[in-house]
Design a binder for this molecule. Structure first.
Ligand SMILES: Cc1ncc(COP(=O)(O)O)c(C=O)c1O
Length: 384
């Protein structure tokens, strides 16, 4: 076990040692850690739905009706009727024929690539795609080509050079990058995937609930839903719940039911979660003001950053402030914490070396006054 100790010491030396922060309370844009309350800029509860009374009531009712556990995987006896209600709602929102629920985004991504692709195939993946996508691709055994982040010239070059050597090919991208907050040039990706006869999978984990007329995500926002073969996303971020889904043709979801190991070999989600997810999708329709307000606040956040001469990427609710070295990101996070703001440092390997950053995660619950104070008073004084 000496090597483990050495590894941990080295991580510490490089400001890369992770430890668990324990929260005693989290709601309404605030978090309590070690008895202290902070404004919480570290949560993916973008629409503030996780404590919505309708979601809580739905979860409570489902637990009373069905019990706490699904008690089996879906292919055995864990397939409660409410799974199908949820899947029909996801398919309708996403504009696809069918949908399939997964227990988490990690499980969806770690399973679907292996089901659909193997060593005769090639997968072209944005360099900044989430770890669950990379792990899924590696499990599939397909040849992985990573194109520079959002660089269509590089993707085209790789497709030109390698596509013809493989049987099937796939392009995969997030639609709002989790650590960068920016979008890919989706219509150019669609053009390339058609030109080079590839499939396209998009991960809408950080876009679902926020973008598009109905909150379906960036694919809806850009009118490209029909060009995308598989849209995956999660319930654990803007939808304020837990779990994930794949939306696609019925042929694809039927195939996944038969072959996707991360779907097959796992106990189905608890009834409370399924019911909460249904309620959450209903809230997208009933309370569209949440995504509208969030987008207004994101624009304000970016504007305030510009006003103190800070440049950042994208224009979404995820706002990275790239500072370079891990040490600097950790120190800045600690300064903000001392001023009452909880903002996490993101370090390698989650982001590339030399691109450590603070990741500000905006939610519906942050008031304009708090955003202004954070940027114009606290952040500005920390950076002087
Ligand atoms: C882009 C992206 N995809 C997938 C996941 C995994 O989702 P989950 O948290 O439901 O496992 C995440 C979550 O961190 C993510 O950011």
């Amino acid at each position: 076990m000496e090597w483990i100790k050495k590894f941990l010491d080295k991580q510490k030396e490089n400001d890369l040692l992770r430890a668990l922060n324990t929260a005693s309370h989290r709601q309404g844009g605030k978090i309590h850690i070690n008895g202290k309350e902070y404004f919480d800029f570290s949560s993916n509860d973008y629409l503030g739905l996780s404590s919505h009374p309708k979601i809580i009531a739905a979860a409570r009712h489902a637990t009373e009706k069905y019990g706490n556990s699904a008690s089996a995987s879906r292919l055995l006896s864990g397939n409660l009727e409410i799974n199908h209600v949820l899947e029909a709602k996801v398919a309708a929102l996403k504009g696809k024929e069918s949908a399939l629920i997964f227990n988490s985004g990690y499980q969806a991504n770690s399973g679907i690539f292996k089901s659909l692709f193997s060593k005769e195939d090639a997968i072209f993946s944005d360099r900044h795609n989430h770890a669950s996508i990379i792990d899924g691709i590696l499990l599939s055994g397909a040849q992985l080509f990573r194109f520079h982040h959002n660089d269509m010239g590089h993707l085209k070059m790789l497709l030109k050079k390698y596509r013809h050597k493989y049987r099937r090919a796939l392009v995969v991208t997030e639609t709002i990058f989790s650590m960068d907050g920016d979008r890919p040039p989706l219509s150019e990706i669609v053009e390339l995937k058609n030109k080079f006869n590839c499939q396209l999978i998009v991960d809408e984990a950080h876009a679902t609930g926020i973008f598009g007329k109905n909150g379906a995500g960036v694919a809806e926002d850009e009118g490209l839903t029909h060009e995308i073969d598989i849209i995956m996303g999660t319930f654990g971020k803007a939808l304020g719940s837990f779990g994930a889904y794949v939306a696609a043709s019925k042929t694809i979801t039927d195939y996944l039911i038969n072959t996707c190991r991360s779907f097959i070999y796992s106990t189905a989600l608890p009834p409370a979660i399924i019911a909460a997810n249904i309620a959450s999708l209903e809230l997208l329709k009933e309370e569209p003001h949440r995504r509208k307000k969030l987008c207004e606040k994101s624009r304000l956040f970016h504007k305030y950053l510009e006003s103190i001469s800070l440049k950042t990427k994208g224009n979404s609710q995820i706002i990275p402030l790239i500072v370079g070295e891990s040490k600097k990101a950790v120190a800045l996070s600690q300064q903000l914490e001392a001023a009452g703001f909880f903002v996490l440092p993101i370090r390698p390997p989650t982001v590339p070396q030399g691109q450590a950053r603070l990741r500000f995660s905006l939610t519906f619950d942050h008031s304009e006054e708090i955003i202004e104070k954070l940027i114009k008073e606290v952040l500005q004084s920390c950076l002087i």
